[in-house]
Design a binder for this molecule. Structure first.
Ligand code: FAD
Length: 402
């Protein structure tokens, strides 16, 4: 009987094993995860779960009974230490398991601050796992001062939760503006205004120099020479793909674990999906850090293990929730040279990215219609000219039929 082992019981791993069964695979399936919890969704960790508006049960992707009913062996709280690609085995503690197919769904690791600048002090948190969210929850007390390092989506979401809970919030971003790596200035401006209106102190072009404290963090000095007293710190400075295990096994890396369009790595019978995997996309190689990508890519891998010979065609989209604003992003804006902004009501705006005449991506803030239309246009390869999008009188829906 064939045995598929999946390493990493996160979004991609859980999607892969479920798809294997729903596609009729009747061999053995083992899902191995470092974390003790059942596979769960991460996005609420920096949103409703941190706010205290969502309980643990609702984080789980599926109830425990699902795995038993589908004859999926869960090995949670266990880490794979080694892969032997010749013998086709993995080592988990003192056990050696033999695989016919191995799926690497090892996710990513948050970047941490070096201990030399105070990164190892108590109450300095990263935001990746359930354990991280639980560890920082006690600190979210009204009146406390939190320093958030990094103005990407995770830092901004944590800032929104902290402000909503009545904390004093300072967010530092080393780059000239928040969201610089991922969005145009128009989107940064929207979120800066939003956070400022909720009392968050955003300091752009300012980096963290050192954290100070005796045991727990109590202070921070910034690159502009200023000093702050802080009660705790959240570090949101990006992630690195979880590829160390694959690298040690001799799997080729290239911005994470290199896969072809079918999800195969450089080693026969080893596949990869989710945050840890890079793949071909429109003539380039990309790696995405999003739930939709983890699900879709893992499902293609499951189908290909069963012989479908299918290529993964990514349809990138993403979301973020901050206060009462829902941001939805369709497409990828890399390489944009023109940005068009459409303003709706006070808290509604969409930002459209073009490269030449080609529509690349849309950021829609409380603008679900623009998001839906933009997504469908991008997926259909249609590019209404920037002038049309700019024109407030354009019948947006009609663009889909053009
Ligand atoms: P993960 O879900 O990280 O799962 C990987 C798992 O593998 C982990 O549990 C890890 O412990 C385990 N593992 C690693 N190595 C081993 C080993 N050797 N042995 C055993 N287990 C191992 N995406 C969105 O689209 N929208 C959002 O709003 C959004 N918000 C987010 C908010 C937060 C706070 C975070 C952290 C992420 C957010 N994301 C969001 C990103 C999204 O959650 C990830 O892209 C997605 O979880 C990736 O799935 P994955 O399966 O590749 O990795």
């Amino acid at each position: 009987m064939s045995h598929v082992i999946v390493i990493g019981a996160g979004q991609a791993g859980a999607s892969c094993v479920a798809k294997l069964r729903s596609e009729g695979f009747d061999g053995q399936i083992t899902l191995i995860g470092k974390e003790p919890a059942l596979p769960y969704q991460r996005p609420p960790l920096s949103k409703k779960y941190l706010l205290g508006e969502m309980d643990l049960e609702r984080l789980f992707l599926r109830p425990e009974s699902f795995y038993a009913q589908n004859d999926i062996t869960l090995r949670l709280g266990q880490s794979v230490d080694q892969i032997d690609t010749e013998a086709q085995t993995v080592s988990v503690g003192s056990d050696t398991l033999i695989y016919d197919h191995l799926v690497l769904a090892t996710g990513s690791d948050p970047r941490r601050l070096p201990a030399s600048i105070g990164g190892a002090l108590g109450n300095v948190f990263t935001m990746r796992d359930l354990a991280d969210a639980d560890a920082m929850a006690h600190a979210f007390e009204s009146g406390k001062h939190v320093l958030i390092v990094g103005g990407g989506y995770i830092g901004l979401e944590a800032a929104a939760v902290a402000a909503a809970k009545g904390l004093e919030v300072t967010l530092v971003e080393m780059a000239d503006r928040i969201l610089q790596r991922v969005a145009a200035a128009e989107t940064s401006d929207f979120f800066r205004d939003l956070h400022s209106s909720h009392g968050v102190g955003i300091r752009e072009g300012v980096g963290l120099k050192t954290l100070t404290g005796d045991g727990n963090v109590t202070g921070a000095t910034l690159s502009d020479g200023s000093a702050l007293a802080v009660d705790f710190v959240i570090v949101g400075v990006g992630i690195t793909p979880g590829s160390a295990l694959a690298e040690a096994a001799g799997v080729t890396l290239n911005n994470g674990i290199e896969t072809n369009a079918k999800g195969q790595t450089s080693i026969p019978n080893i596949w990869a999906a989710g945050d840890c995997a890079s793949f071909p996309y429109r003539g380039e190689r990309i790696r995405l850090e999003s739930v939709p990508n983890a699900i879709d890519q893992a499902e293609v891998v499951a189908q290909n293990i069963l012989g479908a010979d299918k290529e993964y065609v990514a349809k990138p989209w993403f979301w973020s929730d901050q206060y009462d604003v829902k941001l939805q992003i369709a497409g990828l804006n890399a390489g944009y040279d023109t940005v068009i902004s459409r303003k709706g009501d006070a808290n509604s705006q969409s930002v459209w990215y073009y490269k030449g005449d080609t529509l690349l991506a849309v950021d829609a803030m409380n603008a679900p219609r623009d998001y839906m239309i933009g997504k469908r246009l991008i997926e259909a390869g249609k590019s209404p000219g920037p002038a049309l999008i700019q024109d407030p009188d354009t019948d947006m829906k009609a663009l889909l039929k053009a």
